[in-house]
Ligand binder design. Structure first.
Ligand code: SAM
Length: 213
C-alpha cells in the first residue's frame, strides 16, 4: 500500500514537472494547449452546423487555428477559403495544406477591406478574433465585404473578445458586443443566435436574408 502511494506521488510529481518544464521550455506549445481549452474548437465548429459539401470562409485565418477544423467539417466535397492579409500567416497555412495534401482549403491573400471572395460564394463565414485587429475605419467596410461574399440565407459567425475578458492583451481595442452586432446589421445581416459558453469571447450567429421571390 505504502509502495503504491509513493509510486503515485512520484507519477504526479513527474507529470507536474513535465507540464511546468513544457510551459517554460516551449511557451508556444503551452499557449496552443491553453487555447484548445478556452476556445473549445470542436464545440464551436459543431455549433456552426456545417455539412459535407458546404463552402465556408475563414476570414483572417491566421495560422489556421479554425481552418483545419472547418475543412474536416465540410469534407472533401466542401471548400474552405482561408483569407489573410499576412503573407507569413497564409504561408504557414499553405505549407500545411501542401504537406497534408489537403484539397479542400484555398489560402487567399486578401486586402484589409477586400476578402477577394466572389459575391454570394460561401454558405458561412467565420470571423474569429479579427475585427478588433482591423483599424477602426476599416471594420465596417470589411464586414460589408464579408456579407457580400455570403449567399442569401447564409451565416456570418463573429467571435471576438468580451470587453471584460480576463486576459491582459488587446484591452484598448476590444469591441463591445453591441458594436460587433452593429457592424453586421449595418451590412444587412440580422442577429440569429448567440452562444454564451465561451468565457473570453462573444460568439454571434448572424444571418443574411434570403432574396424576396
Ligand atoms: C488574432 S489573429 C486570429 C487568427 C485566427 N482567426 C484565429 O482565430 O486564430 C488575427 C488575424 O487577423 C488578421 N487580419 C487583421 N486584419 C485583417 C483583415 N482586414 N483581413 C483579413 N485578416 C486580417 C491578422 O493578420 C491576424 O492573422
Amino acid at each position: 500500500m505504502a509502495m503504491r502511494q509513493s509510486c503515485l506521488r512520484w507519477c504526479v510529481a513527474l507529470l507536474v514537472t513535465g507540464l511546468v518544464l513544457g510551459a517554460v521550455v516551449c511557451p508556444a506549445a503551452a499557449k496552443k494547449a491553453s487555447r484548445q481549452q478556452w476556445q473549445q474548437p470542436a464545440r464551436v465548429v459543431a455549433d456552426l452546423g456545417l455539412k459535407s459539401g458546404m463552402r465556408v470562409a475563414d476570414i483572417g485565418c491566421g495560422r489556421g487555428f479554425f481552418t483545419f477544423h472547418l475543412a474536416k467539417a465540410v469534407g472533401k466535397e466542401g471548400k474552405v477559403y482561408a483569407t489573410e492579409i499576412s503573407k507569413k500567416a497564409i504561408k504557414s497555412v499553405a505549407d500545411r495544406v501542401k504537406r497534408d495534401k489537403l484539397t479542400n482549403i484555398e489560402p487567399i491573400i486578401s486586402e484589409p477591406a477586400n476578402t477577394k471572395l466572389a459575391s454570394e460564394s460561401v454558405d458561412a463565414a467565420v470571423v474569429c478574433l479579427v475585427l478588433h485587429h482591423v483599424s477602426k475605419k476599416l471594420r465596417a467596410p470589411l464586414t460589408k465585404d464579408i456579407a457580400r461574399a455570403i449567399r442569401p440565407g447564409g451565416y456570418m459567425y463573429i467571435l471576438d473578445w468580451r470587453v471584460d475578458a480576463d486576459i491582459k492583451h488587446d484591452k484598448d481595442r476590444r469591441i463591445p458586443r453591441d458594436g460587433l452586432i452593429k457592424f453586421a446589421t449595418d451590412a444587412g445581416l440580422t442577429l440569429d443566435a448567440e452562444f454564451h459558453y465561451l468565457k473570453k469571447q462573444v460568439f454571434l450567429r448572424l444571418r443574411k436574408p434570403t432574396k424576396p421571390k
